[in-house]
Design a protein around this ligand. Structure first.
Ligand code: EPU
Length: 420
């Protein structure tokens, strides 16, 4: 199992280019199941989650090929269920439920189960499918959804923590081939949902309101093949921006969508980081001492939960007290105990982490627990004095394309080492 060995203390300097968004490409790959025609997806990041999704589509009968950052899928003849173990491994595989149900009126998907960031139920996905007319049975670790007809209706998708991103994607993908009009209320407004809606519309779907809490879908009889370029990864861009600030460096981030990152950029500016936007380019530079800021994660356009851990590292290095409140996933603080190994002073009070910042971090061996926690540990390692060994980096490879290579391009001293 690979680890990352980081020798910290070098400010990141230079230029880096953002890859396509993981959380946009996964549902878009699932959406290719809606047509027997060929779909070409460009700007696809080389990630293990993307490879998994390709294998899942192939296990359903689709032909999947990869050429550089272009993935081509042709789901000519497909079946309603694939490889149980493959599907179970990746939570995002739940988003094959909607398109399979839409196209075949039958879908059988293994239940994704919990993960380290929380219980992660799928009740809202199931509620949406039932509202469209599917009969659901949950048995033997599978959810089986069948419908003679899917009929458009009004569906409220708000949950305890607000809207659901993949739930909105799933219902949209089932509703595009339903009879009549579906209205999703309390829909997720994330840019990844908008990108999916754009992909579906290019296939011939009739969707309006994506990016707002009300999405209206008028069902069509069939969809056709399409070519599409995935949006840039706003979480990857934010991770590089925070890494630049945390190491006291200056980084120019190309190919980003700063308009998708307003909440993060606003907090960075409040913290005293110099952020400049010019078209698709972001320049980030630390200007002297940082100021503590409080952060609360929220659905888009609020501060993203996927940047909470990285922001905590920056606050751990900032003199003063800051409060970081997690409102989306109840146990997304697994990084706190690992950051403590590097000397960060963070205590947890319910949904909030109280960060007493300003103590210099020093390197230590740490264990990555999930994707964004891993990114936070890498930023901490880059900022700390001495060496940090980040173990279990397969999490990182799920969601950050060539992160070690990109960081080396910015002057970081970071090496991938194979652990026996
Ligand atoms: N929820 C329910 N019931 C449901 C679905 C969700 O109660 O049926 C709750 C969740 O437990 C959570 C909240 O609703 O409290 C929001 O979860 P959501 O469904 O929006 O999360 P998701 O769609 O499963 C996506 C991203 C996550 C990101 C969240 C929130 C993908 C593949 N995953 O997950 O990304 O954190 O939205 O923005 O798009 C990551 O990239 O590291 C990652 C975890």
């Amino acid at each position: 199992m690979d680890s990352l060995l980081i020798k910290g203390g070098t400010p990141l300097r230079g230029e880096v280019t953002v890859s396509g968004a993981k959380n946009a490409v996964l549902p878009i790959m699932a959406a290719t199941l809606l047509t027997p025609e060929k779909c070409v997806i460009r700007r696809v990041p080389d990630l293990s989650d993307v490879q998994f999704m390709g294998q899942i589509l192939a296990s359903l009968g689709a032909k999947v090929s990869v050429n550089g950052d272009t993935v081509t899928v042709q789901a000519g003849k497909i079946k309603p269920f694939g490889d149980y173990d493959l599907i179970r491994k990746m939570r995002a595989s739940i988003c094959i439920l909607g398109p399979l149900l839409g196209r075949l009126r039958h879908s059988r998907v293994s239940l994704p189960g919990g993960c380290v960031i929380g219980t992660r139920p799928i009740d809202l996905h199931l509620k949406g499918m039932e509202a469209l007319g599917a009969k659901l049975t949950v048995e033997g670790g599978y959810v089986d959804a069948k419908a003679k007809r899917l009929i458009g209706t009004d569906i409220f998708l708000g949950g305890r923590a607000g809207p659901t991103v993949l739930g909105t994607a799933n219902v949209m993908m089932a509703a595009v081939l339903a009879d009549g009009v579906t209205t999703i209320e309390s829909a997720a407004c994330e840019p990844e949902v908008v990108d999916l809606a754009f992909f579906l519309s290019s296939m011939g779907a009739r969707i309006s309101g994506a990016g707002s809490p009300t999405i209206t879908i008028t069902g069509v009889k069939e969809l056709h093949g399409v070519e599409h370029e995935v949006i840039p990864d706003r979480i990857e861009a934010a991770t590089f921006a925070i890494a630049a600030a945390a190491t006291g460096g200056e980084v120019t981030i190309h190919g980003a969508r700063p308009d998708h990152m307003s909440a993060v950029l606003d907090k960075l500016r409040d913290a005293g980081v110099r952020v400049e936007r010019k078209g698709l380019t972001l320049s980030v530079r630390r200007n002297g001492t940082l100021r503590p800021v409080d952060v609360t994660t929220q659905p888009y356009a609020g501060f993203p939960t996927d940047v909470q851990a990285q922001m905590m590292v920056l606050m751990a290095m900032t003199p003063g007290l800051s409060i970081i409140t997690e409102r989306i996933f109840e146990s997304r603080f697994m990084h706190v105990s690992e950051l403590a190994r590097l000397g960060a002073e963070v205590s947890i009070e319910g949904p909030s982490a109280i960060v007493k910042g300003g103590r210099p971090l020093s390197g230590a061996p740490v264990m990555a627990s999930d994707l964004r926690a891993s990114a936070a540990l890498v930023i901490a390692g880059l900022s700390a004095r001495g060496s940090t060994l980040v173990n279990r980096i397969y999490h990182l490879d799920r969601g950050y394309e060539k992160i070690d290579q990109k960081l080396r391009g910015l002057g970081a001293r970071i090496q991938r080492v194979e652990q026996p």
